[in-house]
Design a protein around this ligand. Sequence first.
Ligand SMILES: Cc1ncc(COP(=O)(O)O)c(C=O)c1O
Length: 394
Amino acid sequence: MGYCFDKIVDRRGSGAIMTDCLRERYGREDLLALWIADMYFETPDPIRKALEMRLDHQVYGYAVAPESYWQSILDWERRIHGWTISRETLTFIPGIVRGIAFVLQCFTEPGDKVVVQPPVYMPFLNLPRANSRQIVYNPLVFDEAAGTYRMDLDNLETVCRTEKPKVLILSNPHNPAGIVWPATDLARLADICQRYSVLVISDEIHADMVLSGSIHHPFPTISATAAGISVTFAAPSKTFNMAGIVSSFCVVPNPELRKRFFGYLEANELNAPMFLSTVATEAAFTQCDAWRCAMLSYVEENVSFVCDYLRDHVPGIVAVRPQASFLIWLDCRGLGLAQDALIDLFVNRARLALNDGVAFGPGGEGYMRLNVGAPRAMLSEAMSRLEQAVQSLK
Ligand SMILES: Cc1ncc(COP(=O)(O)O)c(C=O)c1O
């Protein structure tokens, strides 16, 4: 079946954060919006049809998650990542960001320390702070030879020894730079965290969008140690462009951690799926393989298009080529602009809404994050606007 990812879907007025909060966030509305991490592609037909069918039923009362929903997750993880999950270690979570907050509330106290590895997805910084926990940084290191970042595991050991954090939040793969972590690094991270009694939250929301040439390793599959010290979150929301449905899940292999966390979720009724979440998830995981493959090929071509365009036409901006997902971390330091001037360039000269790198914590200065989950024509327009804006600086 052919899919048309070139189709332009006008999202304005649909209540999409992407398009309908521009004035509030950027001060103007006439922007090409390529920021928040959802895509412009239509959510796959089988998901929309399954939702329509359910909505056609006249009663929307309390719903139970069918066994086929749980099975679709178990089968998906086994099929896509070779990860065998036992049913009792799996539960529903109403969104991964919330899930991370639940773990912090369940396993830590105000004042406790949480390790994050910036530049990183902004809620990793905001959630601990908003919950009165302290952030401890283990900054990523840029590896020129690899053209991407690596974790500084020696420094992680020092941070764990000296700061005594309770939790580490891992983006696996990593947002914003789209890094697929090598198994060896994950294994070492697990050993360090176990040695210093640090609980690992592995956020794997981008796992099903690994681009060719890389292999994603679910954290609990790395070793018995990793399985024993972790709470892992995943979801169909990014891959199948259904983040607004709010459907995620969580796996905790260690029975003690599980008893405590699942007990907390149960006590507060935080693990009860909405009926649309189960319907959409099951359709995504059982009927959308071909769509996913086609979408990933299209995204990969978008990545190449943007990386090549910037290299050939926009001196001063270098793309960090992602190994996963549809976000490109742009190193704009070559333009020599202060952050305010960089934002002004993108918003007021190029009329583009991207994410400000500073929001991703230390190491984000001079960077912007671009979303390439969009029709090529939109990216082509974005690139030519950016080229002209950079030329106008001379
Ligand atoms: C690493 C990461 N985790 C979590 C989320 C959001 O997850 P949810 O919508 O399930 O809260 C995002 C969205 O961009 C993300 O990039």
